[in-house]
Design a protein around this ligand. Structure first.
Ligand SMILES: [Zn+2]
Length: 543
């Protein structure tokens, strides 16, 4: 029964973002590639202002975009998804013409765009944005109500893209260096967005504007607005880079529960700063914000809807019991501050960089607080969620993610790599190092692969080809003839020759298989043989 529930859970997680047989459209290319209308300009800052009218389920606003000209070009691509519409575009006080192609707007710039110039353009827009049907797995706005009948509104846009609710350069490769988010709501409600709350202005017309400012690069889907009848409490965490402000926003009625339950935040910070290095956004602080859906890794304002339960809505994804030692959403979504928000993929095909390391972070949380045995058991338990349906890496330039195996299989891949290193301190320095090397950057798979190969001193080319680009699980075929073991790898990509730790009659030994049969003679008869369970491989005895 448990297995059925878990595979259903995985289906729910993976189905919308990881559909199998997708036919790609021109829209996918416009959305997913670095077009010539995108590449010539570099984002400096977004200044987004939105007025939200919950009664009419209507929003209107503008986004002023500061950018640097990298190459002289006169057409700019900005994305905004129907049914929202762009009403006006202004640069240097003159109104510009544009051509709409699906969700992309191609703007004819009048001012000559000269390399090195810093320019600004303002996009005005409005409409009734798409309503999210199953957030966070599809994007749009959730116009919810709390138990007191008050509006409880949230945005989600991973996968679909931020242009589902605001106009932007909707591709992950380019991030602004900072962002202002100004949200106008009915006066009795509050907006919580990313970064720091700079001020609240009363517009004396029944509305208030909440001015938030993000002092760091931020990816598109990490931006969010959450509107509700929030109350606030806070604490400070003494971390590696000094005092970190931790701010919590929850519905009034849940305050007591939240004060107890959010104690997992400090434990999370302890574990992740130890393994990954300093929290990457000290100057923006850390926030946990209650929402009506399950949760999402919005940068410096992680959203939370796990119903104040341990595990994943009270369930243990590993089936071992260890998954009930922590709140899955607090730990997993906050893990993304390092892998997704600090280090961000350029192309959605490389989404494993976010999910594989973050799924792995769950086990490092357990490792820090409950020890190595607990973390191994948890991770091995999550193998029941692996499907090996298609590769973890998706298709490039069309906004396409690979298999949902990027979670549990990805985490088990990293756990296997940790075994190969046989040096936990070195492994920790690699994980901290990758966060330092690619601090606040967008990256490719090649950059991460090369970094890991270089800093583990292991050529991991075949290893990553096997686990990221192939669906087969390496299988150790072996024959035992009294004191002799014969073994080889099958189900492998070219050049896969990963060493593996095995036990003969409970004695530990490393063997070095490749695709050819090898022999090993030992002193006593082999009565028992097994592979160390920490390796994500299979074994098969043959005659
Ligand atoms: Zn995740």
């Amino acid at each position: 029964m448990k297995k059925i529930i878990l595979s259903l859970f995985l289906f729910v997680i993976v189905s919308p973002l990881f559909s199998q047989h997708k036919k790609f459209t021109r829209q996918d290319t416009l959305r997913g590639s670095i077009t010539k209308e995108r590449i010539w300009w570099d984002l400096k800052q977004y200044n987004l202002s939105i007025e939200v009218n919950p009664e009419a389920k209507f929003i209107s606003g503008k986004n002023s975009i500061k950018y640097t000209v990298l190459d002289n070009y006169q057409i700019m691509q900005i994305d905004l998804q129907d049914p929202l519409i762009i009403t006006k575009i202004i640069q240097d006080k003159s109104e510009l013409t544009f051509k709409k192609d699906g969700y992309s707007y191609f703007i004819n710039l009048q001012k000559e765009q000269l390399k090195g110039d810093e320019n600004e353009i303002t996009i005005y827009y409005e409409g009734k944005p798409k309503i999210a049907k199953r957030p966070p797995w599809d994007g749009g706005i959730t116009w919810g109500k709390d138990i007191n009948g008050l509006d409880f509104i949230a945005t989600t846009c991973q996968g679909d893209g931020a242009s589902i609710w605001w106009p932007c350069k909707d591709h992950m490769y380019d991030e602004p260096e900072s962002m202002a988010i100004n949200i106008t709501t009915p006066s009795h409600l509050m907006d919580v967005s990313n970064g720091r709350l700079k001020k609240v202005t009363d517009n004396n017309n029944g509305t208030k504007t909440y001015h938030w400012f993000v002092n760091n690069p931020i990816n598109n889907y990490g931006v969010n607005m959450n509107i509700g009848d929030y109350v606030h409490f806070s604490e400070k965490y003494e971390g590696e880079n000094g005092l970190l402000d931790c701010d919590y926003y929850v519905l009034k009625d849940d305050l007591k529960k939240a004060k107890e339950h959010f104690k997992d935040v400090k434990k999370m910070l302890q574990a992740f700063e130890h393994w990954f290095g300093p929290y990457p956004f000290y100057n923006d602080g850390f926030k946990l914000v209650q929402v009506s859906y399950l949760g999402m890794e919005h940068q410096s304002s992680v959203t939370y809807g796990n119903q104040f339960k341990k595990g994943y809505l009270g369930r243990d994804l590993s089936g071992t019991g260890w998954g009930l030692k922590f709140d899955f959403i607090i730990i997993h979504e906050s893990g993304h501050e390092w892998f997704a928000n600090n280090i961000t993929y350029k192309d959605m095909a490389d989404m494993w960089i976010h999910e594989c390391f973050t799924a792995y972070s769950e086990n490092l949380f357990l490792d820090f607080h409950y020890g190595k045995q607990a973390s191994s058991e948890y991770l091995i338990g999550t193998r029941q969620n692996i499907r090996n349906d298609r590769p973890i890496i998706g298709i490039y330039d069309v906004n396409h993610a690979g298999s949902g195996d990027m979670y549990s299989k990805g985490a088990n891949m990293l756990h296997t790599l940790r075994q190969l290193l046989e040096d936990d301190e070195k492994w920790r320095s690699v994980l901290r190092g990758v966060n330092k090397e690619f601090y606040h950057q967008t990256v490719t798979t090649a950059q991460i692969e090369n970094y890991l190969s270089k800093h583990t001193n292991i050529d991991l080319t075949a290893f990553f080809n096997q686990y990221l680009r192939d669906v087969r699980i390496p299988t150790l075929e072996y024959k035992i003839d009294e004191k002799q073991l014969q073994f080889r790898w099958t189900n492998i990509v070219d050049d896969f020759d990963m060493p593996v730790k095995v036990y003969f009659n409970s004695i530990e030994k490393w063997i070095f298989p490749n695709k050819e049969w090898k022999n090993l003679n030992i002193k006593t008869s082999i009565s028992e043989f097994k592979i160390d369970a920490n390796f994500y491989v299979k074994s098969k005895k043959v005659n």
